[in-house]
Design a protein around this ligand. Structure first.
Ligand SMILES: N[C@@H](CCC(=O)N[C@@H](CS)C(=O)NCC(=O)O)C(=O)O
Length: 203
């Protein structure tokens, strides 16, 4: 299998962590859809990474479809519970963490536009999603070890990627001081080899 992604994408990192947790071999191909000549739009009409090229040549996107496929490909390190009700709980949480990453990516893209074109209202609209999302997650997590279920799950993977991406691209956001329980959770999670191996480059 081949994974096409940028090393800084929080969604690409989620897939890489799932591959590592499940001990699935793959080849990574770095591609940035924002760069001229990228092959991403030919493989995904939405022009986004990550994209998985399966062994039979078929392509899969987006990250939620990819991780669902991967989790069902091997019984090692199951990240989505078999029970349908519990699986939906985990996936709803994954969607919430991913939605915060979506808002953070949009803020990052807005900030890359020439200053006079940037909209403060748009940034504030996205920031409000991030703040509401984090408050909701912090309340659900409370002092529990894992967010999604009794076991480490895809919800925890997605949340870890989102919190790391906020530190990476929006360090001023302030979630460390606003939500100490998220910080405690994140500090433990970040020690997992799958997280250590997939840290974004320092750029
Ligand atoms: N819902 C998608 C989101 C993917 C996404 O937004 N990827 C960003 C990189 S972090 C991207 O490729 N953006 C390029 C663009 O929007 O043109 C997923 O989970 O895979």
């Amino acid at each position: 299998m081949k994974l096409i992604t940028s090393y800084t994408s929080p969604f690409g990192r989620k897939v890489r962590i799932v591959l590592a947790e499940k001990r699935i071999e793959y080849q990574i191909i770095e591609d940035n859809p924002g760069v001229a000549g990228s092959s991403v739009p030919e493989l995904n009409p939405l022009g986004k990474v990550p994209i998985l090229i399966m062994d039979d040549g078929r392509t899969l996107y987006d990250s939620r479809v990819i991780v669902d496929f991967l989790d069902h490909s091997s019984p090692v390190g199951k990240l989505i519970p078999n029970d349908q009700r519990q699986a939906i709980n985990v996936k709803r949480r994954e969607a919430l963490a991913d939605g915060i990453s979506d808002a953070a990516v949009l803020i990052r893209q807005e900030r890359l536009r020439p200053e006079p074109l940037q909209s403060r209202e748009w940034v504030a609209h996205q920031q409000a999603k991030i703040e509401r999302g984090l408050a909701s997650i912090a309340a659900e997590l409370d002092e529990k070890k894992w967010w999604g279920s009794e076991q480490f799950s895809l919800a925890d993977v997605a949340l870890g990627c989102t919190l790391a991406y906020l530190d990476f691209r929006l360090p001023e956001q302030g979630w460390h001081s606003n939500h100490p329980n998220l910080l405690k959770f994140y500090n433990k999670l970040a020690e997992r080899p799958s997280f250590v191996e997939t840290s974004p480059p320092l750029i």
